[in-house]
Design a binder for this molecule. Structure first.
Ligand code: CTP
Length: 409
C-alpha cells in the first residue's frame, strides 16, 4: 500500500499558499485492508475513507467511467491494480494532478508543475468532460488565482465550451452548482468567475439573466463604463475589494437584472428596472436554491438600490417605507448589507471607484432616528393594536423629518 498527498494540498504548497485540507490517494490497497487499519468508509459505493485520527480523506486510486448523464451517471473502478498515473489522469486540471509522497517526491506525469510555472489552468485529459461541474470549478480556480496571473488554457476553454453547448450543465444539481458559485463569489476576483463562464458559453446556460446584461447600454453620464455587464462585473469586484460577505456579493451580481429586459428602443434608460428585475432574481435564486439570507437580500437590493442612491432626496415618508420594508428594528444587519451593496453599486462605475458615498451614513442615521422612537410611552398613553402601530409610525415619521432637517444642514 502506497499513500500520496494529491490535489489542492500539493498545488497550494507549490504555489506557496496556505494548505487547509489534505486529500490522500492510496495505491495498492483494498477496501478490506483500509477497514482493517481502522479507516471509516464514507458513503456506500464511493472508495473514500476517513483517517481514524486526523479525519482526512483517503481515496483508493480509481478510474472513473461515465455511464450516464450528470453526476449520478458514474461507475467507479477501484482496485489494488489501479496505478497512480491512472488515478491522476481522470482528475480535472494538471495542477491538481500532482502526487507527493512522504519524502516530498513529486509524481507529475501530466506536467502540473510546468503549468504552475506557466500560470495555466489546463485539463489533464478528455476525461475532464466526465464531470460537467468542472466547468464551474475551472472558472472558480481562475477567480482564485487570477491575482497570481493564471488564465485558462485555450484548449481547456474550448472543451468547456463543448460541454456548455452539449446540454450537460443542465444535469448539475442546484446544490453542487451553488457550492461552486458561492465559493467563487468569495474569491479575490469573483468577476473573473463570471467572465470565464461567459467566455465558454456556460453563463448563457446557467445564468442567462446575467449573460443578457452584456451589450446593454446605460446612460454615460451616470455610468461611464456604459455596458451593464461590465458594470455588474465591476460591482462584484468592488464587493471583493471591500471584503463583503456572500449575501452582498450575490446581491451585487443580481441587482440590475431588470436592465436586461428593457426594450431596445428605450435604451440607454431603464425605467422601472428595479421592479422588472424581481421575477428574474427570484428565478435565479430558486434555480440554485440559494440560502434564504442570500435570496432575501438580492430581492431587496434589486427593488430598492435606486432608493439607496437617492437617499438624501427621499421624502421622510418614502424613507420610512424603505426602513419598514427592511424591518430595520429586528434585522439591523440586513439593512447594513443593503447599504453596502448600494455603495458597491455606486463604486462599480468606471472612474468613480473612489468617490465617497454619503448616502451610507445618511441611511444609517435615518435608521437610528427611526429606532429611537420608544414604544413604552405610547403604551402608557393607552394606545393598543392597530392604533398603536399607526402611532408608532407617526412618531417615526416625525423623527425622520427632524433628522432630515438636521442632517441636511
Ligand atoms: N477533483 C476532480 N474533479 C472534481 C473534483 C475534484 O478532478 N470534480 C480532484 C482534483 O484533483 C482535486 C481533488 O480532486 O484537486 C480534490 O478536490 P477538492 O477538494 O474539491 O478541491 P481542491 O483541488 O483541493 O481545491 P480547493 O482548494 O478548492 O478545495
Amino acid at each position: 500500500m502506497r499513500i500520496y498527498k494529491v490535489g489542492g494540498a500539493v498545488r497550494d504548497r507549490l504555489l506557496g499558499k496556505p494548505v487547509t485540507d489534505i486529500d490522500w490517494v492510496v495505491v495498492g490497497a483494498t477496501t478490506e485492508e483500509m477497514l482493517a487499519k481502522g479507516f471509516r468508509p464514507v458513503g456506500a459505493d464511493f472508495p473514500v475513507f476517513l483517517h481514524p485520527k486526523s479525519g482526512e480523506e483517503y481515496a483508493l486510486a480509481r478510474t472513473e467511467r461515465k455511464s450516464g448523464r450528470g453526476y449520478g451517471g458514474f461507475t467507479f473502478h477501484a482496485s489494488p491494480e489501479v496505478t497512480l498515473e491512472e488515478d491522476l489522469i481522470r482528475r480535472d486540471l494538471t495542477i491538481n494532478a500532482i502526487a507527493e509522497d512522504d519524502q516530498q517526491n513529486l509524481t507529475d506525469p501530466y506536467h502540473g508543475q510546468r503549468d504552475l510555472e506557466a500560470r495555466l489552468l489546463r485539463h489533464v485529459s478528455p476525461a475532464f468532460a466526465e464531470d460537467p461541474l468542472r466547468v464551474l470549478r475551472v472558472a472558480r480556480f481562475a477567480a482564485r488565482y487570477a491575482t497570481l496571473g493564471f488564465t485558462v488554457a485555450p484548449e481547456t476553454l474550448a472543451l468547456m465550451r463543448q460541454l456548455s453547448e452539449s446540454g450537460e450543465l443542465e444535469a448539475l444539481t442546484p446544490e453542487r452548482s451553488w457550492k461552486e458559485i458561492s465559493r467563487a463569489l468569495m474569491e479575490d476576483q469573483p468577476q473573473v468567475f463570471v467572465e470565464v463562464l461567459r467566455a465558454c458559453g456556460a453563463l448563457k446556460v446557467l445564468m442567462p439573466e446575467v449573460d443578457a446584461l452584456f451589450g446593454v447600454p446605460q446612460p454615460p453620464a451616470h455610468h461611464p463604463e456604459i455596458d451593464t455587464g461590465a458594470h455588474t462585473l465591476s460591482v462584484l469586484q468592488q464587493a471583493a475589494l471591500h471584503k463583503q460577505p456572500l449575501t452582498v456579493r450575490w446581491a451585487c451580481l443580481l441587482h440590475d437584472l431588470g436592465k436586461g429586459l428593457t426594450p431596445e428602443e428605450e435604451w440607454p434608460r431603464h425605467i422601472a428596472h428595479e421592479f422588472k428585475g424581481l421575477k428574474l432574481i427570484k428565478a435565479i435564486n430558486e434555480r440554485f436554491k440559494a440560502p434564504r439570507d442570500c435570496q432575501e437580500l438580492a430581492l431587496l437590493v434589486g427593488e430598492y438600490h435606486t432608493h439607496g442612491h437617492r437617499a438624501l432626496d427621499l421624502k421622510p415618508s418614502t424613507l420610512l417605507e424603505l426602513l419598514q420594508s427592511f424591518d430595520i428594528y429586528r434585522r439591523p444587519q440586513r439593512f447594513e448589507e443593503f447599504i453596502a451593496a448600494c455603495e458597491m453599486d455606486a463604486r462599480g462605475r468606471k472612474g468613480l471607484e473612489e468617490r465617497s458615498y454619503p448616502q451610507a451614513n445618511y441611511l444609517r442615521g435615518a435608521a437610528t432616528a427611526a429606532r429611537s422612537v420608544a414604544v413604552q410611552p405610547l403604551l402608557e398613553k393607552g394606545f393598543k393594536g392597530p392604533e398603536l402601530g399607526e402611532e408608532i409610525k407617526r412618531e417615526r415619521l416625525k423623527a425622520l423629518k427632524a433628522y432630515k432637517e438636521t442632517a441636511s444642514i
